[in-house]
Ligand binder design. Structure first.
Ligand SMILES: Cc1cc2nc3c(=O)[nH]c(=O)nc-3n(C[C@H](O)[C@H](O)[C@H](O)COP(=O)(O)OP(=O)(O)OC[C@H]3O[C@@H](n4cnc5c(N)ncnc54)[C@H](O)[C@@H]3O)c2cc1C
Length: 472
């Protein structure tokens, strides 16, 4: 008998809600998360060292979610990094007490999203951090990325991060948005359908206007310069396809840069388990192909939250509930779950429109590859510049696997999470191929860095099988 009926990977809003729902239907549920508490990225629990008098709205929502999960009866394995999985399903993790493997016939992957990076010259300098990563610094630790910060890239996280820096007492030297101002109008329809979220965005913008922060739309960072860290940031205009064009190139004094171009669904687990995927630019890129219950092409493997397509924090819990209902139905749970699922699915689709519109705003068009200079480091783990990758592509590399084999791009500790997207953009730029043709990177364990001792486990040399000598 399996350890549980269901294992949930990820205790963000999608995974935690899936676990709570599944427990309410009587399923035996375990949840893994590498963070020290449930909440995921958006409702991340503040670090114990952080003292705030007034918890912010996201923290209050996170506290409520954590309390509900704690009393649901689901077993939460916090501080457990899942580094491998096998079909059927075995989930292999490393936690504070060492390795742990649990089994269940159903798995909901609610692993969230990762940041999309477009490398610029100087982005490896200390003081340059990811835009989404900056939210962790600000929310969980109450730490400013710098004293005078340039916030650059694309999508709604620009306004969120810039306004949080100001609220925390920092200075935003400039917001640099690659999308033209008119680009935001494209999402207007979806925004009008969610006046609450639109008001939130308007509040962020008002904070920037009050602080007289210069907002450069249709512009991007040309380079970041400094000796031991960020000192200056040079920006310049880009066209509608985000290709750098001639124009004034002001240099801004700053000691930090928050840089990011939206989010990509985290699909390494579903790729590792052999699920089918399809390319959906409005959902952030490659997403697992799913049925109405969010079950992938692998029976028993469900997805929820941003990992099923970037739709944002408000939509994530609905997909969690939907996936939990799908698991219960698969297990033959009695009761009218079909009509419940139909109602939730309709809400999920409606709610998802706003998130998808925001995700679309951040999505770089193909011309954005031109923002990467020949000398810019693309693969940070292996120290590979654009010029090196372009030479490999010119010599015939046509897939991410080709680039990996010929240059080691994506073979470092990040496993391609940081450089894979930029590398695919370079192949697309050189070949004119679309992203479906280029394909996805392969996923291989370990999905996360893991100590060798955890893989090898304890052994005695006498236990090692010695093969018989080959006959001469
Ligand atoms: C860095 C970052 C910061 C963000 N900040 C904001 C923000 O401030 N405001 C906002 O509205 N949206 C933010 N977003 C988007 C937001 O995270 C999502 O819209 C929302 O949280 C999606 O919920 P989810 O449950 O799908 O995923 P998440 O909330 O991302 O939860 C996924 C969980 O899975 C866990 N996980 C993933 N892989 C593993 C593994 N191998 N082993 C163990 N655990 C694993 C993670 O630790 C995480 O807790 C951010 C996204 C990112 C990537």
């Amino acid at each position: 008998m399996s350890d549980y009926d269901l294992i949930v990977l990820g205790a963000g809003p999608a995974g935690a809600t899936a676990a709570i729902k599944a427990r309410s239907l009587g399923l035996r549920v375990a949840v893994f998360d590498e963070a020290s508490a449930a909440g995921g990225q958006v409702y991340r629990a503040p670090s114990p060292a952080r003292t705030t008098t007034q918890p912010e709205a996201d923290q209050r929502k996170g506290d409520a979610l954590r309390a509900k999960l704690a009393t649901s009866g689901a077993v939460l394995y916090a501080n457990h990094r899942v580094w491998s999985l096998t079909s059927g399903f075995s989930v292999i993790a490393i936690g504070p007490d060492g390795p742990l493997t649990l089994e269940a016939p159903n798995l909901i992957v609610a692993a969230g999203a990762v940041e999309r990076h477009i490398p610029v010259t100087g982005w490896t300098l200390p003081g340059v951090i990811g835009l989404a990563g900056a939210t962790i610094l600000l929310k969980a630790h109450g730490v400013l990325p710098g004293r005078r910060v340039v916030v650059a890239g694309s999508g709604p996280l620009l306004l969120l991060v810039a306004s949080k820096i100001i609220a925390a007492g920092g200075e935003v030297a400039a917001v640099v948005d690659a999308a033209p101002r008119a680009g935001w109008l494209a999402g207007a329809g979806a925004m009008l359908a969610r006046p609450d979220l639109m008001a939130k965005g308007a509040g962020w913008l008002l904070t920037l206007l009050k602080a007289r922060v210069p907002i450069h739309s249709g512009a991007a960072i040309r380079r970041v310069d400094g000796t031991d860290g960020v000192e200056t940031v040079t920006i310049g205009p880009v066209d509608r396809n985000w290709r750098p064009v001639d124009g004034t190139e002001p240099t801004i004094a700053a000691d930090a840069v928050c840089l990011g171009f939206g989010l990509l669904p985290s699909t390494e687990v579903t790729r590792l388990l052999g699920a089918e995927h399809r390319y959906e630019p409005e959902l952030g890129g490659w997403v697992p192909a799913v049925d109405a219950a969010l079950q992938t092409s692998v029976p028993g493997l469900f997805v929820a939250g941003d990992g099923a397509g970037v739709r944002g924090a408000d939509t994530a819990p609905l997909s969690g509930e939907l996936a939990a209902l799908g698991v219960a139905r698969r297990l033959g749970h009695a009761g009218d779950l079909a009509s419940q699922a139909a109602t939730i699915a309709a809400d999920w689709r409606r709610s998802g429109r706003f998130g998808a519109a925001m995700s679309g705003l951040a999505m770089p068009p193909p011309g954005a590859a031109a923002m990467i200079d020949a000398g810019a480091t693309v693969c940070r783990c292996e120290g590979l510049s654009r010029a090196t990758l372009d030479s490999a592509i010119a010599a015939g590399a046509r897939t991410l696997a080709d680039l990996k084999a010929t240059t080691r791009c994506g073979m470092g500790p990040c496993g391609g999470r940081v450089c894979g997207e930029a590398a695919a953009m370079l192949i697309a730029a050189a070949t004119g191929w679309d992203r479906q043709t280029i394909g996805q990177p392969s996923a291989r364990p370990p999905l996360r860095p893991v100590p060798l001792a955890a893989i090898a486990a304890a052994f005695d040399y006498d236990e090692l099988p010695i093969p018989a000598p080959a006959p001469l």
